[in-house]
Design a protein around this ligand. Structure first.
Ligand SMILES: [Zn+2]
Length: 303
């Protein structure tokens, strides 16, 4: 087939796909409704606040959604569950920030608790969505046919304007965001790193990708044969990152609220936890290896 013809067919397919996204209102299945109801912190209001320098917390209480402001445009990371976009937008406006100042929306991974609000946020801000290349198909099919969850936790499909690989740097004026591929939890799971400064003091901010494997089949997983290798790679990557202020899609992963509380009680440096990324990676690896050993033992018994 001529490449022009191929391009034309691809363009038609893309427009059909987008049309379908636009025409069919998203319907949340009972499994997803229950998931959200079982985790009330995912939709719990949280007053937005400055974490450090130009990095702000704008999510619901239980899901890390971060805004990084810069003169050339702002960057949002993650979008909560389906239905969280309004809360996040209210928080951003509450900081006196115009939604249209947001140029990019980054995603940590293509699960409904971090990607659920992306489509609406992209529509309302006009921002481009950027994600790990291997998660783009899952984002664009709205979480359907997830290798681990099947169709249980869908979300409104979202177009990924830019797909990034490991080590890729995104420049927005002086702001540089680095994507580190931390696959396992999803294939395109991404840890985002950037610097935030107060005066001359610049710190490494890291939104650590989830490193858990809840209920995953770790051996003989035909949907993801590289799962164990991917996780091992990701534990090592996160442990080695320069990291002053660890953040996370689930704030409790890095004891975020404990640090915030200490800061509120007068410890100005409590946000810092330079060992936090390494500690999280080590803890996650221990849990993972225990689960792997258990699954291997169970498999040996049935052979
Ligand atoms: Zn997840």
């Amino acid at each position: 087939m001529k490449s022009s013809m191929r391009l034309f067919i691809a363009a038609v397919l893309v427009s059909i796909a987008h049309g379908a996204i636009a025409q069919q209102p998203f319907r949340m299945p009972a499994s997803e409704q229950k998931n959200i109801a079982d985790n009330p912190s995912w939709t719990a209001p949280q007053k937005p606040f400055r974490i450090y320098g130009n990095t702000w917390y704008v999510g619901p209480h239980g899901l890390g959604v971060f805004l990084i402001t810069a003169p050339t445009g702002d960057v949002l990371i993650d979008g909560g569950v389906p239905g969280d976009a309004g809360l996040i937008e209210g928080n951003i406006r509450g900081l006196g920030i115009d939604l249209h100042a947001i140029k990019w929306i980054l995603n940590s991974h293509a699960h409904s608790d971090h990607a659920g609000g992306l489509a609406q946020l992209a529509d309302d801000t006009g921002a481009q969505v950027i994600a790990g290349a291997a998660d783009a198909p899952l984002l664009e099919r709205g979480g359907l046919d997830d290798p681990e969850y099947g169709n249980r936790f869908p979300f409104p499909p979202v177009h990924v304007a830019r797909k990034v690989g490991d080590g890729e740097r995104l420049h927005l004026g002086d702001l540089v965001l680095t994507a580190r591929a931390t696959p396992g939890h999803t294939k395109g799971n991404t840890t985002w790193a950037w610097m935030s400064c107060e005066g001359k003091r610049c710190l490494h901010m890291v939104d650590v990708g989830s490193l858990s494997a809840p209920g995953f089949k770790l051996i003989d997983n035909s949907n993801d044969p590289n799962l164990v290798k991917d996780f091992e790679h990701s534990f090592a990557t996160v442990a080695a990152l320069p990291c002053d202020i660890p953040l996370a899609p689930h704030p409790e992963m890095v004891d975020f609220w404990e640090r915030v509380a200490k800061r509120e009680h007068g410890d100005a440096n409590a946000s810092l936890d330079p060992a936090g990324c390494r500690a999280y990676a080590q803890d996650a690896r221990k849990v993972f290896e225990a689960e792997l050993a258990e699954q291997r033992a169970a498999a040996a018994l049935t052979r």
